[in-house]
Design a protein around this ligand. Structure first.
Ligand code: PMP
Length: 431
């Protein structure tokens, strides 16, 4: 291994900062929260990726969710190559778009109709516009710590990269936009009831990550989501589940199946593109029928339903339906969390973890958090030392305490056990 000063990562990072703000195209990649030099990735396969110095890492980000079948899965690559050979983009409809739409509707029964877009941000932004267009109301409710992409009206105390920088909001978002966004505490039922009691008739939609993955991993309580569903129904408010991260991740039917709650609209992304840009929003047909070209709510995209991206998504959706897929994925995440917890406890470090399907969180706290505030109380300095210790050992966790982690179907017991052994060494060093 080369030292930092001669590292190719170091050289690339210095060069990147000349042409791109902060040297990255999405903030969390810059390692601002943990310090140090981001790794520039050259290739990935199965549970691993390699950086510019040729160092191998066990990857627990999986492109922040999409790489659920493992990197460069041969079937996905083959599907992409076949699609690419027929042309990259047509700006006209294709049969592949019908197939993936039908598959999504079949797998998530709450989705009667779906519209494909290219990013999770577009999916949530469009779902909001539809909710507002359908109800004729302006107000929206979101929850502190949930991240729904970077649309203006959602960048209100949003999570993810913003949390990392400690900014409650982004510059450049007009006050006039965010005055319609009410930010409530996650898992706080009385507060939600108060909000509806005082202004329920003016709330267009409630948008929620039913399993939150942008304030580390935090589960919604079943009661919280159930009460949300009841209130939305009572007040004619559209309930939007943002399953961009947890959809096809916590189980084949997403969080909505796990909790047995039917949202009016769902935003999807990540897994449905299998590593290429596909996202979607969909739900009740009477709502979706309000979309252009047949309804008054406008939305469009040059690359929406792109044939190469759809091919990657469709082949991924096939692979996740293989028998036992989610059982294995869930067992891998649980094995990791259990192993890490045991190793930390041996070293006398306050630590706990949680996993939902193929998503996991670990916390340098005594108890598993259920709100943003509790999550923020974790020992960030110790997390940062742990992160760098693991990076040295060749294990790549999310470079911020505020992010969930992901396993793929290629994270075998041997890969997990190798990770836990590395963690045992690191916990001893940082204990
Ligand atoms: N919603 C959730 C729950 C997300 O986790 C993300 C991205 N991490 C988004 C929306 C935005 O998706 P994208 O980055 O594709 O715009």
């Amino acid at each position: 291994m080369t030292t930092d000063s001669t590292s190719k990562n170091e050289i690339l990072f210095a060069r990147a900062q000349q042409s791109t703000p902060g040297g990255v195209n999405s903030p969390v990649r810059a390692f601002r929260s943990v310090g140090g030099t981001p790794r520039f990735i050259t290739r990935a396969e199965g549970p691993y990726f390699w950086d510019a110095d040729g160092k191998r890492y066990i990857d627990y980000i999986g492109s922040w969710g999409p790489a659920i079948v493992g990197h460069a899965h041969p079937q996905v690559i083959k599907a992409v190559q076949a699609a690419a050979a027929n042309g990259l983009s047509f700006g006209a409809p294709t049969e592949g778009e019908i197939e993936i739409a039908e598959e999504i509707c079949r797998l998530l029964p709450s989705i009667e109709q779906v519209r494909l877009v290219s990013s999770g941000t577009e999916a949530t932004m469009s779902a909001l516009r539809l909710a507002r267009g359908a109800t004729g109301r302006d107000k929206i409710v979101k929850f502190e710590g949930c991240y729904h992409g970077h649309a203006d009206s959602l960048l209100v105390k949003a999570g993810s990269g913003l949390l990392t920088f400690g900014n409650p909001t982004s510059a450049g978002v007009p006050e006039d936009f965010v005055k319609h966004t009410l930010v409530l505490d996650y898992n706080n039922i009385p507060q939600l009831e108060d909000a509806f009691a005082s202004m329920g008739d003016t709330i267009a939609c409630v948008i929620v990550e039913p399993v939150a993955g942008n304030m580390n991993l935090i589960r919604a309580t079943p009661e919280f989501l159930q009460r949300m569903r009841e209130l939305c129904t009572e007040y004619g408010t559209v309930l939007i589940f943002d399953e961009v991260m947890c959809g096809f991740r916590v189980g084949l039917g997403g969080a909505q199946e796990l909790y047995g709650i039917t949202p009016d609209l769902t935003a999807l992304g990540k897994v449905i593109g299998g590593g290429l840009p596909v996202a979607a929003f969909g739900g009740r047909a009477d709502l979706m029928q309000k979309m252009a070209p047949i309804g008054p709510v406008y939305q469009a995209g040059t690359l929406s339903g792109n044939p190469v991206a759809v091919a990657a998504g469709m082949s991924t959706l096939k692979l996740i339906q293989e028998p036992g897929f989610y059982e294995r994925l869930g067992a891998a995440a649980q094995r990791l969390v259990d192993g890490l917890t045991e190793a930390a406890t041996e070293a006398g470090i306050p630590f706990c973890g949680d996993a939902v399907g193929g998503m996991f969180g670990f916390y340098f706290n005594h108890d598993i958090p259920s709100t943003y505030g509790q999550m923020m109380a974790g020992d960030k300095e110790r997390f940062n030392r742990f992160f760098h210790g693991m990076l040295d050992e060749g294990v790549y966790f999310a470079p911020a305490m505020f992010e969930a982690g992901f396993v793929s179907a290629q994270h075998t017991d041997a890969v997990i056990d190798e990770t836990v052994e590395a963690a045992r060494r690191v916990f001893k060093r940082i204990g």
